[in-house]
Design a protein around this ligand. Structure first.
Ligand code: SAH
Ligand code: SF4
Ligand code: F3S
Length: 447
């Protein structure tokens, strides 16, 4: 038996895959290593979404050549999106790596690792199976908040994006299987789940298309939310990421009416310019995006939105960028991830458009959006002063152990002095006294 360490890059889906993989390895008798340096099996679960993400891994694994020379028994693997994206080419670049395993082959990793422990070197597995990987339901024990994958893959092929190539076609898990997984979690103390899918609003749609029962007025994801909502013991449901194209009225009705669904929604915008949105192949206009946001907002007293933005997409002019700033100001996001456009070989944009916006311009636009956001959130957070918010308790704050931390329904970090007997996973009411652009501070209201 060997010890393993998994280093995870990229999105929540990768985090979830790493967790499920750890459970598979433990089921074979392997044990988590205390550190990267002491592990017998060292796996890098990687991300291809931007060049920077890939370069980080190549740099890091490159540095491990020495360690591998000193400890030839060490099993070194690259798994996940970069493995799917580059396959065998990674072995040419990093010949000391023992195995390269793509996203759909995750369930095979324990077998492949064991072959490497027995001396095999240079294994590559990147088949994309039509079947959903099975046996991936394991979770770390004792989590108050857990990730649950409800689907894999993406069929959207936004022109800039590598994900459809690294994660393959959309495949949704059956409702009953997801519900059973969350029931097990809830029974062992999990209070919150975050349902995961690259385009979660397309949950079940590829399947209904295949069966010929697709109805654009319906939302299989809304039906899933209702089923998950009925699970006893579960208090909160989050999900990521929805796609505006699929946010029909049935979906909006479910997310605004089910009390356990947290009123904090991550709705990627990418750009506020219709010309750029079209070139990105997003399938919506800025007006359609704003219409969906408005529809949600008018049904709820308090709701927080967050988003993803790409600056410096090929041909983005100052006017296009100004349109993005405008839409961001109109929505009034509580949080946003801003990315500088990065060419991804194999995508439509990489094949047809030059990466013409200079890096300095991308950086400048990035900074402007971050500054806008910071200013706006600092002001917007003041709406909470004097209000009582429900908080799911996480535990002592890392910076100051005299304060405990948790999250509001709208996903704000809330800090407060702990009450006697308080435990992670409790739901408490906190009256907010002051706020910053990052956090809310207050006192627990005795119940
Ligand atoms: N499925 C999600 C996003 C997944 S990737 C969605 O459709 O919104 C996460 C984010 O990375 C994207 O929302 C996008 O903003 C960013 N991203 C993807 N490809 C990129 C690229 N080539 N360059 C820069 N940012 C990119
Ligand atoms: Fe990428 Fe678009 Fe799919 Fe999101 S919806 S993962 S941005 S292709
Ligand atoms: Fe990256 Fe793969 Fe997620 S490319 S963003 S880890 S799906």
């Amino acid at each position: 038996m060997a010890s393993f360490f998994i280093r995870t890059y990229g999105c929540q889906m990768n985090e979830r895959d790493s967790e499920a993989l750890a459970c598979l390895l433990e089921a074979r008798g392997h044990t988590p290593a205390a550190s990267e340096e002491t592990a017998d099996i060292l796996l890098f679960n990687t991300c291809s979404v931007r060049d920077q993400a890939e370069r980080k891994v190549v740099g890091k694994v490159g540095l491990l050549k020495r360690l591998k020379q000193k400890r030839p028994d060490l099993v070194l693997g690259i798994i996940g999106c970069m493995a799917q994206n580059h396959g065998r080419a990674l072995l040419d670049e990093l010949p000391h790596v023992d195995l390269v395993v793509g996203t759909d082959c995750l369930p095979q990793i324990p077998d492949l690792v064991e072959e490497c422990l027995n001396g095999t070197h240079g294994l590559v597995a990147t088949d994309t199976s039509a079947e959903l990987p099975v046996g991936l339901g394991g979770h770390r024990a004792g989590q108050r908040s857990a990730f649950v994958s409800v689907m894999r893959g993406c069929n959207q092929f936004c022109s800039y994006c590598i994900v459809p190539y690294t994660r393959g076609r959309e495949k949704s898990r059956p409702v009953a299987e997801i519900v059973a997984e969350i029931e097990r979690l809830a029974a062992s103390g999990t209070r919150e789940v975050c349902l995961l899918g690259q385009n979660i609003t397309a949950y079940g749609i590829a399947e209904t298309r295949r069966e010929g029962t697709r109805d654009p007025e319906k939302s299989p994801f809304a039906d899933l939310l209702r089923a998950v909502h009925d699970i006893p013991g579960l208090e909160r449901i989050r999900f990521t990421s929805p796609h505006v194209k699929f946010m029909n009225d049935a979906f909006i009705e479910a997310i605004t009416s089910l009390p356990k669904v947290c009123k904090s929604f991550h709705v990627p915008l990418q750009s506020g310019s219709d010309r750029i949105l079209d070139m990105m192949r997003r399938g919506y206009t800025a007006a359609e995006y704003l219409d969906r946001i408005q529809r949600i907002r008018e049904r709820l007293d308090d709701v927080a939105f967050s988003t993803d933005i790409i600056v410096g997409f090929p041909t983005e002019t100052p006017e296009d960028f100004a349109a993005t700033r405008d839409v961001m100001a109109t929505v009034g996001y509580d949080m946003a991830y801003i990315f500088r456009y990065s060419v991804r070989t194999g995508t439509k944009a990489a094949d047809t458009l030059a990466d013409e916006v200079p890096e300095e311009v991308k950086m400048e636009r990035n900074q402007l959006l971050l500054d806008d956001l910071d200013r706006r959130v600092a002001v917007a957070n003041r709406r909470y002063v004097g209000r009582a918010v429900e908080v799911l308790v996480e535990g002592p704050s890392k910076r100051n152990a005299e304060r405990w931390t948790g999250r509001s329904d709208t996903n704000k970090v809330v800090l407060f002095p702990p009450a006697p007997g308080l435990a992670p996973g409790d739901l408490v009411t906190v009256r907010i006294e002051r706020t910053t652009s990052h956090s809310l501070f207050g006192e627990i209201v005795p119940s």
